[in-house]
Every structure is written in C-alpha cells, then in structure tokens.
Design a protein around this ligand. Sequence first.
Ligand SMILES: [Zn+2]
Length: 336
Amino acid sequence: MGIKDLLGQEKVKARIQEYILSGNVPDSIIMNGNNPYEIKNFILALAKALNCLNIEHDFCDECVNCLEINKEIFVDIHSFQPQGVFYKKEQIMTLLEELQRRPLKGKKKIFILEKADSLNESSANSLLKVIEEPPLDTFFILITRNHRALLPTIRSRCHLLSFKNMDVEEIKDYLIKKDWSKEQSEKVARYFNFVSIDLSDIDYESFNKMLNNIFSLLENLLISTNDYDVLKQFQGEVLKKREDFIPEFKNLLSLILLYLRDIMSLYIEPEGSKIICVDFKDRFKEFKNILTIEKILELERLIFHFIGNLNINLNINLMSLEFFKRFILIIREKNV
Ligand SMILES: [Zn+2]
C-alpha cells in the first residue's frame, strides 16, 4: 500500500503526494481533524514516506523502516500527549533534549504532539523556538481538533492539513469493497462521523455490540429504579484496561450524546425522519416522554463537560462514578 491507498481525504492525500514528489516536505505540519484513527493512518504513511529506504513516488511498505513503522516500533518516532489539561514543562524539556540527538535509524526524527491545543503559552513558546529553526533531520506533527486554538505564531510556522468529515457514501463503498454487506456498511457509515472508529481494524459484531450495550445503559439510566444495578452495568462497560479507558469512555459519552440528539430531534420532527440511530427509533419515542428538552440540554452540557475534562482523569473509578451520579440526578429531578 502507499499514500494513494489511504481512504478518502483526497485533498490531504494530494498535498502529501506533492510534498514527496517535490522532495520538499515542510518541517512542521498541523493535522486538524476529528477522527484520531484516521489521522494516525496518515501520520504512519507520512512517517514511512520520510524514512522509506526505497522511496520513489511513494513508500515501499516493505523495507525495514516501513515495516517497523507499521508495527509502531520505529525508534525515531517520538509521540507526546498532554499530562492533565496541559502539557507539562518537563515534557517539553524531554522533547528539547531528544531534539539534540541525531536519528538512530531513520532519515528523519518525527515528533508528534497530540492535542497540540493543550500547549499552554510557555510550552508553546519553547516549542515555537525549535519550530522556527528546526534541526535538518527533524519533522513535527501537531494534531488538533481545533487549529484555531493554537497560538497564531505556531500556526503561521506550520503547514495546515485539514481533514474533513468523511462522506457517508465514501465509507460505505470502502466497507463494501472489503466484502461487508450493504446493510452493515450503511450502518457503520452512518455512525462514523460521531464516534471514533478505526476503519482499518473494525469488526461489525463488536461494533454492533457496543451500540447495543450503550443503548441498554442509557435505557437503564432512564427507567431503572435500582441505581445500584445500573452502576454495576455502567462500570462493567467502562472499566476496562486502563490504556483503553479514555477512548472507550469517550465513545460511550459520544454515543449517549448522539442518542440524546436523536431523542431531541423527535421534538422537531415527531415521525423520526431525522434520527441517525434508526434501529432505536421506536424506543427513542418512548424515551421522549421521560426527557424534556431542558433535561436533554442539561445532559448534553454534562457530557460536554466530561468530554472536555477526560484528560484530567485522576481516578477512573471516581470519574465514571461522578458522571453516573450527576446523570441520574438530572433525570430524577422533577420536570418543571
Ligand atoms: Zn520502505
């Protein structure tokens, strides 16, 4: 496979191909987009293009560098993400120290900063100094969902690659080509822009199971009289391996948000033609009787609050418990 085989994002692909053909890859790039898995596939491709031993018009995907990058064991890729709300000063120091060293194996050392909008002013300024005059053999990728939240001075030093939300038809065709049935492809495609889905590594059964589990969780949150049982189900759902926790919990929050929006859409169009999660349409109509518009808005605010604070994540148990408690409280409040 090569750059040309990446799914969708034709404009981003064309830019990367241009960089490679001209031999003129910028030192620093901002990747702006919503799906972390999609961005990751593009980063791996770009890393291969920069380090492939047989590069011509594209990387070979066969040399030792390409293979190690595929396995994510390549020593010259350094990835950072904020510890807490912001990057810590020590992390930037580590980055600056690493910058002094030559690449061990590759042609270029690659520094990836996830959630680059979480650089506070002082870390952003330290970074700016190196981005302005980076060593020849280094390359920076800053990932963000909102490039406007980065310091203007940083933005002006980086090339911007913007990932658009994927077209539903595009995803459907991609899955059908992988021998998925039309119904299954359509269903995953409908959800794609709302939940983080790794298309290169998705199986329908577990995807569908996730949708149903989280639906049943919402159902219990809304109608169960035994909060303890719901709590157990909730924790069973989110308390998995720690490294999976944040993406799983985030998907859980995003899905509940999507379900709530579907219920909200019934206030505008009672027949349900605007509903995205069509499998649950009839149940959503029942839930509408329990959830006023005010409550849905309040629950949305709660979810956004937790999504925004996921990285603080001091204690997984406490965080999920707190979310659950506040969610129940809002639902149990008397309607006004
Ligand atoms: Zn190669």
